[in-house]
Design a protein around this ligand. Structure first.
Ligand SMILES: *Cc1c(COP(=O)(O)O)cnc(C)c1O
Length: 422
């Protein structure tokens, strides 16, 4: 028997009020929750200074960025387009670090503006060296270890293409000397796992790499603070994983004489449980004995792709349309509204329906999908079936609900299409 999930930051009456005011589906975020996670990240144990960057791909909404900026959080951008979005949101170029799988076409321009560049491959390092010989540069390594929660979120180790493979250190050194570069930051990112031992091992491995570059002043350990969405999932405590990591930095300083500044780049940690999707039960169908009861919501993979992509589990909380109706619990498969058999909101790893124990939903009830603050709005397969992009609402600290992104209108869905003379 699975445990029934609860609402994380909204009350039942707030759910009804938000649904009535803004319609469903709708994202809701809590400012006070985000701010308290910022405080926890900024309190990460460190020996010689700390910079916290928000991995903005997790949730790049303008108001969310503003909340983080006011907390003193800087930016980890994963594409040149994110850099431009962060600049437009008022971040200083120097507060943005670009760590991109794809070489930025605007690299020269962005770096000249003061944006920091993190070379993620030998090719990227060489291109940077050609444009900016003699400059300082930052390099992302693949430390040979990963700790993703699933195969698909693992970003370290031999199965991952992120960063320069740690055995290619000499190639990095020769490019650095060929272009007279000064390597000032060593960066690794291991994925969103929760194992403190892996964190410590990766930190040690990263420091070993840093020790090969006397000009290195900063070590960036990436993101990957696992945040449990479901009750039974673990959450990383920065205070627990941080203490041994801090000691490693102190030992490094004692042995090598360099007091390395530490950077971390949480995405999930700052946002995951501070966002929810409010949806409505549209239909319920049954496939008989040996089959399933399918609950169809008015949202799907166009709002949150994570279940379809990783078989990710999000808490689902049934809120009866009217208060105080007694409901039994039961096992249901929750289904998205897209015409795509993979659009199952509760699914087995590898696909196929997976039952979830919840209160018995009825048509017209609300279902709140929790743990939707990161990698949901930003990662959705927007506009599939021509469903409009979902609006976003912020629960501000004064208790007010504020619209921070409008629902997309039908003209916007087709605005870039051109009907040519035929
Ligand atoms: C995505 C990403 C992060 C954030 O990862 P989380 O698991 O959300 O904390 C940090 N650093 C880099 C380079 C990333 O690509």
């Amino acid at each position: 028997m699975q445990s029934i999930e609860n609402l994380k930051f909204l009350t039942r009456s707030e759910v009804r009020k938000v649904a009535e005011t803004f319609g469903t589906p709708v994202f809701v975020y809590t400012r006070s929750g985000i701010e308290s996670s910022c405080d926890a990240a900024l309190a990460f144990p460190n020996a010689f200074g700390l910079t916290v960057r928000f991995a903005m791909k997790a949730n790049p909404n303008r108001t969310i960025l503003e909340i983080l900026k006011r907390k003193g959080i800087q930016i980890d951008a994963s594409s040149e387009h994110e850099v431009k979005r962060a600049l437009a949101a008022g971040f200083l170029p120097a507060d943005i670090l670009l760590t991109s799988q794809q070489l930025a076409a605007s690299l020269k321009d962005l770096v000249e503006q003061g944006v920091q560049f993190n070379a993620c491959s030998l090719r990227q390092l060489e291109e940077f060296g050609k444009i900016f010989p003699g400059r300082e540069v930052s390099v992302r390594f693949n430390p040979g270890l990963g700790s993703g929660a699933t195969k698909k979120t693992d970003v370290g180790g031999r199965t991952s293409s992120f960063g320069i493979w740690h055995e290619e250190l000499e190639k990095v050194q020769s490019l650095v000397s060929r272009y007279d570069l000064k390597l000032y930051r060593v960066h690794t990112h291991i994925g969103s796992g929760s194992d403190p031992e892996v964190w410590k091992a990766v930190a040690q491995h990263t420091l070993d790499i840093a020790s090969k570059f006397p000009s290195c002043r900063i070590v960036n350990l990436g993101g990957g603070f696992k945040v449990g969405r479901m009750r039974e999932e673990k959450t990383t405590d920065p205070q627990v994983i941080g203490v041994p990591v801090k000691q490693l930095f102190e030992t490094f300083a004692a042995e090598k004489g360099t007091k390395l500044r530490m950077e971390i780049e949480p995405g999930s940690f700052l946002m995951v449980n501070h966002g929810a999707i409010l949806s409505k039960v549209d239909d319920i169908v049954d496939t008989g004995k040996g089959g399933f009861t399918f609950v169809k919501l008015d949202m799907g993979m166009d709002v949150n792709t994570r279940p379809a992509l990783y078989a990710a589990k999000h808490p689902l909380v049934v809120i009866p349309a009217r208060e105080e109706e007694e409901r039994k619990t039961g096992d249901f498969v929750y289904v998205g509204h897209c015409c795509e058999s993979g659009d199952l909101l509760t699914q087995e790893e590898g696909g196929g329906p997976l039952s979830r124990t919840t209160q018995e939903p009825r048509i017209g009830d609300f279902v709140v999908m929790e743990g939707a603050g990161a990698y949901c709005s930003s990662m959705s397969v927007k506009n599939y079936n021509s469903y409009p992009e979902t609006p976003e609402v912020l629960l501000d600290t004064n208790g007010e609900f504020k619209l921070i992104r409008k629902k997309q209108n039908p003209e916007q869905i087709v605005q870039n299409e051109i009907l040519v003379p035929l």
